[in-house]
Each structure stands twice: as C-alpha cells, then as structure tokens.
Design a binder for this molecule. Structure first.
Ligand code: GTR
Length: 434
C-alpha cells in the first residue's frame, strides 16, 4: 500500500528536537478555554422529539420510521459528512491464524481487508482474538487503535504496521514510522486477556490503515476510492477522516458476518477519544452494532457542543480540520446554530445500549457535558420503554450507573484503563444476557 502524500521522512536531528518538544495532544488543557462550570453560557438544546416539520414525535414507530433518519441526516450534513455511494470491491484475506495465542486460551486471526476502486487499492488489517473455551460463536468487542495492531498486544505474531503514524518520536515510533520497540506499548488499553477469560473476543484495526490522521486534502487513505470522475476531494457535505474510519468499522462488521466463529449479532464497538467519537458515529450509522461504548470522547463525541466547556468546535476544527466535513466549519464559535447537539448522537443509538465514560482529570473533554448528553438522550430511549441513566445528577467518581445508557466518571486521566474495561464487560454481560 502506498500513500502518495505522506510527509517526507525528516532528518534525525529534527526528530530528536521534536522528541524534546513533543506535547501529547490529549493531555493538554490549553489556556484560553473555559474550565469553569459557572461560566458555561446559557443554551437551548434542539429537541430530538420534534421533527423538522415541527411535529412532535411521540412513539417509537415515528422515531424509527421518520425522525431517526432526519437526525442521522443532520449529523451527516453538518458534522461527520455523508459517505459517498461508490462501487468498492471488498475482499477479505485470512493472512494467518493460530489457536495457541495467549498460552492456548485464544485463537488469533489476522484478516486483511482489501478495498479496490478507481485503480486504487487500500488494505486494512483486522486482528482478532477469540476465546478457545467458547461454547459457540463468540460475542466480540471491536475498536480502532491509534498506533497499529502490534501496539495492542505483546503477541510477536502481529506484524509491525508500516504505515504512517501520527504520534512520533516516542514509544518506538521515529519519524512517523513504527518499529519493533512499539510492540505492546498500548496493551494496557486493550483488556484482551480479561475479555477472553469472560468469553468475549476482541478485534482491532489501525485507524491509519483506513485514513492516516493528518490533513492532506484526502489524497491518501480510502477517500480517493470514492471519487467521481474528476473529483479530487470530498464535497463540503461529504465525509472526512472520522467518516472513513467508521466505514472501515462497518467493513469489519461485514467480515464478522462471514465468520461462523463470531457472534455478529453481539458486537460491541469501543473507542477512546477521537476513536470514541468514531465509535459513536459507527453506532449511529451502522445499526448492526449491538452496544456502543464511548470512552472519553469529548468534543464531537459525547460532550454537548453548546456548553463550550474545554475543547470547542472552533478549536477542534482548527486542530483537526480533516476529522469532520467542511460544512462543520460554519459552527466555529457558532454552536447555537448547529441543528443538532451531541445528545442527539447518543439518541441515535436507541434502543441499543450505549455506555459513556468520562475521567475526572479529562476536563478538556467536558465530563459533565458527556453525562448531560446521555441525560438529554433519555427521552428517545423512553419512547422504547427503556430507562437511560437512572439518575438525575452526574454520579460521584468511580460509581458506575445506568440501565440502557451506562455512565461512569473514572478517577484519573484521559485514558482507557482496566477499570473502564471492567465496566464495559459487566455492561455487555448484562445486556447480552450472559
Ligand atoms: C485531542 C483532541 C480531542 C481528542 C484527543 C484524542 O487533541 O482535542 O478531541 O480527540 O485529541 O483523540 O486523543
């Protein structure tokens, strides 16, 4: 696979300078943003239960047959972008498999997904572990990863991903290219052994296989596969990078449907931070996903945009102009004009179970705004006779709550921890009847 517009490999000197000055994206709580609850502006949220024509939506049938599509369309047009329709040839190639992974407790499969159109070819590798003591097809957690499949596990059979990496000059990545040193560096974020022990499979894929996480005008990754004759970049309402990542998750869902060892009706999608925004968008756009988990997803994810607490729409569109569609730029410092807010993204999961997780030190992501998005989505769950969070106020740290909308505020930083996974496993056990 080759990416024509990947930035050139920088000289070593520049690399070591960058290493000294590198500030992790997600740990920053930049100055000039509001972190004071008392300074949150007054705002009015759009009502998920009033149609564009002004009609009240009073039952599940009206939501499912009409209003849901309207809300989904608003997120497509104004936030994440529309996925163009195009004829893409998709093929799955089993690269290898081994039933002795994790000391014989799991079976590993590595599946290469090939995407071809317009003389372009892009491949994305799906790494799957399934429990060996499963009584039948295994339910599964699937999630995108930030730095390559080889970083999610110490398993030496997973090849080092050769594609461009956003993070650089740390954790075995030099000049945006990974190495053997990176193996297992994100393993703490992937509770593969805990999941296997409880009868779940885990599947993951590197988001940069689908679209490298930088703003190159959409010349690399899967976007060019979808261009019409003469088109050189997505139209204003078409998708950005998050849309491409989510398209890849749906192709993974297609694969699961072909694999008899996977219970494709019991798949939970999980994502952290930008990949948590992606797991929510995946759950909204692909109703085959049975449980949706947003870990510290923040602005553009679970956090209400109108609160302008921590990261704002303008800031995210400036730092990451490629994540959303071009039309989303119109809402920079103009959140009140958005025809949606993120409670409506949560509502698009209904009636499926959704879990929103925050962390006490992750104020950039607005933990309270993440909770409130769940709160304001409850009205849609109620149409289905389902209870949501079950509480009125944001719970104390480390107190998981919720029925169909799960929530916790973990003590600590912007991260995915064993504690977070423990709550997701319990939530899945409960909703999958295990
Ligand atoms: C930050 C960004 C957040 C979040 C985070 C991450 O820089 O502002 O919205 O997406 O990166 O993905 O780690």
């Amino acid at each position: 696979m080759s990416y024509p517009n990947v930035p050139p490999v920088a000289p070593l000197l520049a690399a070591s300078l960058a290493a000294m000055t590198f500030i992790p994206d997600a740990d920053a709580q930049p100055d000039g943003f509001n972190y004071d609850e008392a300074l949150v502006p007054a705002y009015a949220l759009p009502d998920p239960l009033v149609s564009l024509a002004g009609k009240p939506i009073t039952n599940a049938k009206a939501w499912q047959s009409h209003r849901r599509a309207e809300v989904l369309g608003l997120f497509e047009d104004h936030v994440f972008g529309r996925t163009p329709s195009a004829d893409i040839d998709v093929q799955f190639e089993l690269l290898e498999g081994d039933d002795q992974a994790y000391d014989g407790r799991a079976t590993r499969k590595q599946v290469r997904m090939h995407f071809r159109a317009n003389d372009h070819h892009v491949a994305a590798d799906l790494l799957i572990y399934l429990p060996n003591d499963a009584k039948g097809p295994a339910p599964l957690f699937v999630g995108l990863n930030f730095n390559g499949n080889h970083t999610t596990t110490p398993d030496p059979a997973v090849p080092v991903n050769q594609n461009w990496m956003r993070a650089t000059n740390r954790d075995g990545v030099i000049d945006h290219r990974s190495s053997e040193v990176a193996r297992g560096t994100s393993a703490k974020r992937w509770a593969i052994e805990a999941a296997i022990a409880r009868g779940y499979g885990v599947a993951t894929m590197y988001c940069g296989d689908l679209d490298p996480d930088f703003d190159d005008g959409f010349q690399n990754g899967i976007h060019p596969l979808f261009y019409r004759d003469g088109q050189t970049q997505p139209d204003a309402h078409e998708w950005g990078t998050i849309g491409a990542w989510v398209w890849g998750l749906s192709r993974a869902m297609d694969y699961f449907e072909t694999d008899a060892t996977i219970d494709h009706e019991h798949v939970a999608v999980l994502g952290h931070s930008r990949l948590g925004k992606s797991s929510l968008w995946a759950g909204a756009s692909d109703e085959r996903i049975a449980i949706i988990i947003s870990n510290n997803s923040g602005c553009g994810g679970a956090a209400l945009a109108r609160r302008r607490f921590g990261e704002t729409v303008q800031r995210i569109n400036t730092s990451f102009p490629h994540w959303f569609n071009d039309a989303h730029q119109a809402y920079n410092e103009n959140e009140d004009a958005l025809p949606v807010d993120q409670h409506m993204l949560i509502a698009l999961m209904a009636p499926r179970p959704v879990y929103i997780a925050s962390a006490t030190e992750d104020v950039w992501a607005d933990p309270r705004g993440e909770f409130l998005a769940g709160k304001h989505a409850e009205a849609v769950y109620a149409l289905f006779g389902k209870t949501g969070l079950t509480v009125e106020d944001q719970p104390a740290p480390d107190t998981p709550i919720g029925d169909y909308i799960g929530y916790h505020l973990r003590t600590g930083k912007h991260d995915v921890t064993a504690y977070d996974w423990e709550q997701y496993l319990k939530f899945a056990d409960r909703h999958f009847g295990r």
